[in-house]
Write a protein that binds this ligand. Structure first.
Ligand code: F0G
Length: 452
C-alpha cells in the first residue's frame, strides 16, 4: 500500500469559547460559537528541544545554512510554527530576515534617544504579509487546494498572488475599486491572480469573499487564517534576536484588520513562556483617525464590544472599519500593557516624509507608527530614555503616488484638509524643472546649501 499522507495534526483554539479542535475538523471559524481560531501553543506534538538556550543557538546556526527552509526568515523558526508534513514543501521566497535600522533623525523629531525601525517592507513582495503567506499558502497546498483567495487593501493580494503562483495554485483577489495603491494592484496582476475590483470598500470585499467560499472549495488567506498569524509571529522573534534577546521597552505597530498586532503579541508571549525572554515589550497599536475602530472600541467600551466605523484615510492599507482580529488585539494590548492612539492625515504625511528623510522610506500606513510615537511621548506613555521599535509594514514604492503628491504639494487637494497644507511645507522637496545648463544647476545647489 502506498504511504498515506499524515493529516495536519495542528490543534486550534477558539478565542471566544476556548473549544480546542484538530485543524482537520475546523474551518476558519469556531464551529460552536463562530469566533476566530488561533493555533494552540505549544502543540502537544512539539518535539524537544523547546529549551531556550538550544533554540537560540539552533536558530542562529541556521543562518549560515543553504537549505531553503533555513534561508527563510520564517521557517528558520519552525520549532514554534505548525509543522508541514515535509519541510521541503514550504513555498518560500526567502521571506523574513528583514533589517533593523536605527532612525536617528526621527528619534530627535519624536523626542526619544533610541528609536529603531524593523522594516517589514523589505520582504520579497514589499510588505510584512509575506511572512504569514509562506506558512498559510504552504498549508493550503498541503491540503490540496487548487484555489486560494483574499479580500485586500492591496498588500495581502500582492503577497498571496506571488505565493499562489510559486506554489502552483490559482489566486482570486477581491479589492475595493479605486482604493488601493497602484504598486500593489500591479503586483497582483503580474503574479497572475484573477483580480476583481469590487464597487465597495474592504469590509464589503470581505463580506463577498465569505459568501464565495461557501460556494466553492477556495482557501481563504486573509489574516482570519490562523496559519498567517503564525508566520507573522516570526518578525517579533527575529526582532528579539536582533536585539540579542534584550527586550525593547516599546513596539509600535499600525492597526488595520489587526492581524499583525495580534501575531506579534502572540510571539512575545510565547517567547516569554518558553523562557527566551523574561519581560515583555509594551505593544501599542496606532490607527488613522478615519479608520479608528480599535481606538474607539478601547476608549468607549474598554475593549468589550467592537465599534465598527465607516473607514476613510489616504493610508489605504489600513482603510478598514470592521477589523476581524479586534479581540485578539485587545488581548495583546492587555497582556503587554500597550496602548492605542490615532493620528490625523497630516500627521501621517509628515511622519512618512520624516522616515523617508532618514533614508529608510515606507508606505503611508507604516508611518502612523512614528506619528503615534510622537503623541505617546508627549503623553508620557513613552519615556525619552526608553528603547522603541516601529514596525514599518510596507515599502515606500508600494504607493509612489502618495509620495509624489506630497512633495509636489497637492496631497491634500480635495480632501477637506487643504487649510493644513502649510504644515507640510518644511518637508516638501518638489522636483525642480530647469533648462539644461550648468549655471542653473549650480544656482539650485547653492540655494539648497544655504537652506541647509
Ligand atoms: N500596514 C500595511 C502596509 C498593511 O498593508 C496593512 C494591512 C496593515 C499595516 C495593517 O495590518 O491588518 O494586520 O492590522 N493590510 C491588509 C491588506 C489588510 O489587505 O493588505 P493588520
Amino acid at each position: 500500500m502506498a504511504p498515506q499522507p499524515k493529516v495536519d495534526d495542528t490543534l486550534l483554539r477558539c478565542i471566544g469559547c476556548g473549544a480546542v479542535t484538530p485543524v482537520a475538523e475546523s474551518g476558519l471559524a469556531c464551529a460552536t460559537c463562530g469566533d476566530l481560531l488561533e493555533v494552540v501553543f505549544p502543540q502537544p506534538s512539539a518535539k524537544p528541544p523547546l529549551d531556550a538556550a538550544a533554540l537560540k543557538a539552533l536558530w542562529r546556526q541556521r543562518r549560515s545554512s543553504q537549505l531553503p527552509a533555513d534561508q527563510s526568515g520564517v521557517w528558520r523558526f519552525r520549532e514554534v510554527l505548525p509543522s508541514l508534513r515535509e519541510e521541503h514543501q514550504a513555498i518560500t521566497l526567502r521571506e523574513g530576515s528583514t533589517p533593523l535600522y536605527e532612525l536617528s533623525r526621527c528619534a530627535r523629531a519624536a523626542g526619544v534617544e533610541h528609536l529603531y525601525a524593523k522594516h517589514q517592507g523589505m520582504n520579497p513582495t514589499g510588505s510584512f504579509k509575506d511572512t504569514g503567506m509562506t506558512v498559510a499558502a504552504s498549508f493550503a497546498r498541503q491540503e490540496g487546494f487548487h484555489w486560494v483567495a483574499c479580500a485586500s487593501t492591496g498588500n495581502t493580494s500582492a503577497s498571496m498572488a506571488a505565493y499562489a503562483a510559486r506554489g502552483g495554485m490559482r489566486g482570486l483577489v477581491l479589492i475595493p475599486e479605486g482604493q488601493i495603491a497602484w504598486g500593489k494592484l500591479s503586483q497582483a496582476l503580474d503574479y497572475g491572480a484573477v483580480t476583481c475590483q469590487l464597487k465597495t470598500d474592504f469590509d464589503g470585499c470581505m463580506r463577498v469573499l465569505n459568501e464565495v467560499v461557501q460556494c466553492m472549495p477556495v482557501y481563504v488567506l486573509n489574516s482570519v487564517n490562523p496559519y498567517r498569524l503564525e508566520g507573522q509571529k516570526t518578525a517579533a522573534i527575529e526582532l528579539l534576536e536582533q536585539f540579542d534577546w534584550e527586550v525593547p521597552d516599546h513596539v509600535i505597530v499600525p492597526g488595520g484588520n489587526l492581524g499583525n498586532s495580534s501575531a506579534l503579541g502572540k510571539a512575545f508571549l510565547e517567547m516569554k513562556e518558553l523562557g527566551l525572554i523574561s519581560t515583555l515589550p509594551k505593544l501599542s497599536v496606532i490607527q488613522a483617525e478615519g479608520a479608528n475602530a480599535l481606538v474607539r472600541t478601547i476608549r468607549e467600551t474598554g475593549g468589550k464590544k467592537l465599534i465598527p466605523v465607516q473607514a476613510n484615510t489616504m493610508a489605504t492599507a489600513i482603510r478598514i472599519g470592521n477589523p476581524a482580529s479586534w479581540k485578539k488585539a485587545v488581548r495583546v494590548l492587555e497582556a503587554t500593557g500597550g496602548t492605542v492612539e490615532q493620528v490625523s492625515e497630516v500627521e501621517i504625511a509628515l511622519a512618512k516624509a520624516e522616515i523617508g528623510a532618514d533614508g529608510i522610506g515606507c508606505e503611508p500606513a507604516s508611518a502612523v507608527t512614528l506619528a503615534g510615537l510622537k503623541k505617546l511621548v508627549k503623553q508620557g506613555f513613552v519615556k525619552p530614555r526608553e528603547t522603541v521599535v516601529l514596525i514599518l509594514t510596507g515599502h515606500l514604492l508600494k504607493d509612489p503616488e502618495f509620495t509624489l503628491k506630497f512633495h509636489r504639494g497637492d496631497l491634500l487637494a480635495g480632501t477637506g484638509y487643504e487649510k493644513e497644507a502649510g504644515l507640510l511645507n518644511a518637508q516638501q522637496r518638489a522636483p525642480i524643472v530647469l533648462e539644461a545648463s550648468v549655471d542653473a544647476v549650480l544656482r539650485v545647489l547653492e540655494q539648497a546649501e544655504r537652506a541647509g
